[in-house]
Design a protein around this ligand. Structure first.
Ligand code: KE4
Length: 428
């Protein structure tokens, strides 16, 4: 079933650390050999051994419309006739900036980069430059990319692989990163008041994907907004995952909160490497070449990536109904899974919002890092492989959100629910 992937992984490990270019892909937390993909189409991915999978990762979020959507691929191939990258300004970048501003009104000005990490790193830098303050507050279990000052009690692969505080991050970096508890405004207030006038920014995943899907409790985001306004702290919504996924205006539209800065990635690249950060013009004007805060990137805003990203955003504008379609599909999965779980006498926690969903192997409500880690990760590992054998490709880690694309069909859902039942039977 996986002979070719096993061979490829052995080859990969000779030249690439851990055989992968991003740790979460290595199946470390679920065990076994990662599967090497060769083709994607719609809701499916196909591996080197010819196995077909219903894809619930969507490249960790970008594929809102599924793989190889013709709107995206035709935009890329059209642009390819003229350009890949100039390293000079293009009209494509103006169009992309206007699209983002039109969909997310809090983003008065925006700068394109090449990854979510860059976007989050730069947003923190410009917040520090604007306020003249040095400390930041993040939340335990949240992940904002691999910039040094974020790898403090980080989520996603850092949490999965047990390195939430990575070696190589200096003490001074770590000292400027304060860590609060998600959904606990008191934990934030105590840090703010203990560091009065020193906190430049609070960065938060408005809906967390990197502990698995964790939803803000009513009032939490509002309290964060109020605290930041009162204390002159920049509120950064890390919408790399939630942006254009939870609604056409992201989580900030859904929860009606106006952050000072927002970061984006994944969906805005339509599968190509794109990140972006933006927000209040008075803050963004601090950026070089206008202001003193330096940030740069060779391939930032390159025409090919802009073509893919703007095709995606234009599709979202032309098809606003896709969000209720995604909501219905994902709710159906949740409802069917819960029925199956019940038939096994299990009340596993399933968190869902829009097309983000996570099945936690714990019966505790999961609302923060502490409750997320009560999940039985060994059981998740066994479950993952049972689902994989049945042609369902989940994120290979308990602490990741699953992503539903518009390409997921009723038949895919039926197949997934059946596989879920058979997998539970096999592991329980
Ligand atoms: P990238 O640098 O990986 O493009 O984005 C970093 C990032 C920032 N903020 C949030 C909320 C994110 O989820 C991410 C990246 N997400 C992970 C998946 N949990 C990417 C997958 C990977 O690391 O390979």
């Amino acid at each position: 079933m996986f002979e070719k992937s096993i061979k490829l992984f052995q080859e990969a490990e000779k030249y690439i650390p851990g055989g992968v270019n991003s740790p979460v892909r290595a199946f470390k937390s679920v065990g076994g050999n990662p599967v090497f993909m060769v083709r994607g189409n719609g809701s499916k991915m196909y591996d080197a051994d010819g196995n077909e999978y219903v894809d619930f990762i969507g490249s960790w979020g970008p594929h809102l419309l599924g793989h190889n959507h013709p709107v995206i691929t035709s935009a890329i191939s059209e642009k390819l006739k003229f350009a890949t990258s100039f390293g000079a300004p293009t009209e494509d970048e103006i169009n992309m900036a206007k699209l983002i501003n039109g969909l997310v009104p809090s983003v008065e000005m925006v700068r394109m980069v090449n990854s979510g990490t860059e976007a989050c790193m730069a947003a923190v830098r410009v917040a520090r430059g604007f306020t003249g303050r040095e400390k930041i507050i993040k939340f335990e279990g949240c992940y904002h990319g691999h910039a040094d000052f974020f790898l403090i009690k980080a989520g996603s692969g850092a949490l999965t692989l047990g390195v939430p505080n990575s070696p190589g991050v200096t003490v001074s970096n770590a000292n400027d990163t304060l860590v609060a508890r998600y959904n606990d405004i008191k934990s934030v207030e105590s840090l703010v008041f203990a560091n009065k006038g020193q906190v430049a920014a609070i960065i938060v995943e408005p809906v967390v994907g990197n502990m698995g899907c964790v939803i803000p409790k009513p009032g939490f985001l509002e309290d964060l907004r109020e605290l930041c306004t009162k204390e002159g702290i920049i509120l950064i919504f890390d919408e790399v995952m939630t942006g254009f996924r939870l609604s056409k205006g992201g989580a900030q539209e859904l929860f009606r909160i106006k952050p000072d800065l927002s970061t984006f990635g994944k969906i805005i690249g339509g599968g190509l490497p794109v990140g972006a950060f933006g927000g209040r013009a008075d803050i963004m004007r601090k950026l070089a070449p206008l202001g003193p805060v330096y940030q740069a990137g060779t391939l930032s805003g390159n025409p090919l990536a802009m073509a893919a990203g703007s095709a995606m955003l234009n599709y979202i504008i032309d098809n606003p109904g896709l969000y209720s379609e995604l909501e219905a599909k994902t709710k159906k999965i949740q409802d069917e899974f819960e029925k199956v779980n019940k038939s096994f006498g299990k009340d596993y926690t399933i968190n869902r919002i829009g097309s983000m969903i996570s099945l936690f192997f714990t019966s505790e409500p999961v609302s923060d890092f502490e409750s997320a880690v009560t999940s039985d990760t060994n059981l998740f590992g066994k479950y993952f492989h049972e689902m994989l054998k049945r042609g369902i490709y989940l994120p290979p880690a308990q602490f990741e959100s699953w992503f539903i694309s518009t390409a997921i069909s009723d038949m895919d859902i039926e197949k997934t629910v059946k596989a879920h039942e058979e997998s539970l039977k096999a592991i329980l």
